[in-house]
Ligand binder design. Sequence first.
Ligand SMILES: NC(=O)c1ccc[n+]([C@@H]2O[C@H](COP(=O)([O-])OP(=O)(O)OC[C@H]3O[C@@H](n4cnc5c(N)ncnc54)[C@H](OP(=O)(O)O)[C@@H]3O)[C@@H](O)[C@H]2O)c1
Length: 327
Amino acid sequence: MMLKLGVIGTSWITAQFITAAHRTGMYRLTAVYSRHAETAQHFIAESAPAQAYTDMEAFLGSDIDVVYVASPNSLHAAQTIAALSAGKHVIVEKPMVTHPSQLAKLEEALAAHPDLMVFEAARHIYDPNFHAVTDYIAHHPVTGATLAYMKYSSKYDDYLAGKQPNIFTTKTAGGALMDLGVYLVYAAVGWFGVPTTATYQPHMLASGVDGDGVMRFDYPDFGVTLVTGKTTNHFAPSEIYFGRTTLQTDTPGELNYLKLISAGQRTDITAAQHDNPMVSEARFFAEAITKNDRAAFDRQWALAKQVHTLMGQMRAATPIHFDSDPD
Ligand SMILES: NC(=O)c1ccc[n+]([C@@H]2O[C@H](COP(=O)([O-])OP(=O)(O)OC[C@H]3O[C@@H](n4cnc5c(N)ncnc54)[C@H](OP(=O)(O)O)[C@@H]3O)[C@@H](O)[C@H]2O)c1
């Protein structure tokens, strides 16, 4: 079955997802929603033939099976609920929610449409190298980890120039934890489970979002440090420790290589990756939807809930407040 795909948002990430989706041979772009007709037409001309919409209701009412949501963070939960209410499956960019209270609302919408699925596009957890790490951990006791995902944002110069790019405002629920930190939380929870305690120490920007920060997760037998940021580039490797052996990668957000270092010996255990990092997730979502694999959906949903519950707990103890947060 070919899934008819509708997309919300017209930036480069939507184009990359459409390319990945088409590569799987399991989706066909059908509808593009933009706030502006010209933007939608231009996007369609640059990507693939589709119907352009500027009216959300008409877009959601059109002949599509699944909606990919790549709007600013603050809109994700509401647009996901609107798509579910219109009877569409949803693939929503990270972060799926910006406050844990939105999880209950999503669950309500899902309960009203038990045939539908919602997936968070946490692309790295579908990467073959993510699974390779999971497999290694299954057979070797972890003794700790230091994981980082920190990149100088292409929008930071605009921010420094006094503009208000979405990713640096509280209005759109931006900041380092929401944007790149969530990849690390996914990796830690996916690989090590839910920690006993979790804290986030952010460095705040004047706009009210975090420019960078450090999370500390404690587990009964080890501790994990997670470093995230949008205002500097981090080039040091990320590492998971197994006593005398260390598993090294560039960052859990990309996993371009995996290297085991033990007794002075280095062994490359990198798995083959797609050049487009969204192909694996696009295939996983399409297979789950077309085969109605509820077990696959339930697993991913449970993980997403754990991740966003933790994100909410950590953020509650910081000065990061979004305009959309409940009072
Ligand atoms: N998985 C990944 O690797 C990855 C990479 C990058 C981003 N992302 C995620 O993708 C999402 C979009 O990121 P982005 O950097 O593309 O964001 P963005 O450029 O700020 O916004 C994305 C799209 O949303 C629409 N939009 C912009 N501002 C809006 C506003 N104030 N109100 C309503 N709609 C607005 C625009 O589409 P129209 O003008 O056509 O309406 C725009 O193309 C984010 O949630 C981000 O976390 C994921």
